[in-house]
Design a protein around this ligand. Structure first.
Ligand code: THU
Length: 161
């Protein structure tokens, strides 16, 4: 028997103001996108903005449904749209911001497990890491250099061959 220790490095920025200028713009795009979320059930609005290799920014937000599981998270709305529209263009980074009508979200909100799996698919597909920045409405912004830092031991297409 042996033990493997998996390590993840997360960079923490005090506030959005501490981000490099280009990332700040990306986060502001996520914040703007968040305002168009359709979240009448959870009252929890999420915006995601991704920047592609040609610096085009694509945004998405959560879209809920009266049949709850039929809704989709912001991150997947954005990355599936990018994959559908530009199947050969790489994604460099994704910024995520979340807020709630019920309370102030002042902690960073990471992508859920299903979104991690979805983003991982594109990281494997494009053979290069996707940087993820995530925050609440205010407060710290967290950064990981690759999606796989949030999802070690991921299930990916090489297992299907
Ligand atoms: N949500 C996202 O948009 N992204 C996540 O990573 C986590 C959760 C949405 C889904 C649902 O509309 C609401 O937040 C509450 O779960």
């Amino acid at each position: 028997m042996r033990t493997i220790t998996l390590k993840t490095t997360v960079t923490v920025f005090e506030t959005i103001e501490e981000l490099p200028e280009a990332v700040k713009l990306l986060m502001h795009a996520a914040i703007e996108a968040r305002k168009n979320a359709y979240a009448p059930y959870s009252k929890f609005s999420v915006g995601a903005a991704l920047i592609m290799e040609n610096d085009e920014i694509i945004t998405g937000n959560n879209q809920e449904n009266a049949s709850y599981p039929s809704g989709l998270c912001a991150e997947r709305v954005a990355i599936y749209y990018a994959g559908a529209k530009y199947p050969h263009r790489k994604v460099k980074a994704i910024a995520i911001s979340a807020t709630s009508d019920k309370n102030k979200v002042n902690v960073p909100i990471p992508p859920c497990g299903s979104c991690r799996q979805a983003i991982a698919e594109y990281e494997v597909k494009q053979k290069s890491p996707i940087t993820i920045y995530f925050m609440g409405e205010t407060g710290n912004v967290m950064k990981v250099d690759a999606l796989k830092d949030l999802l070690p031991l991921l299930f990916e297409k090489s297992f299907l061959t």
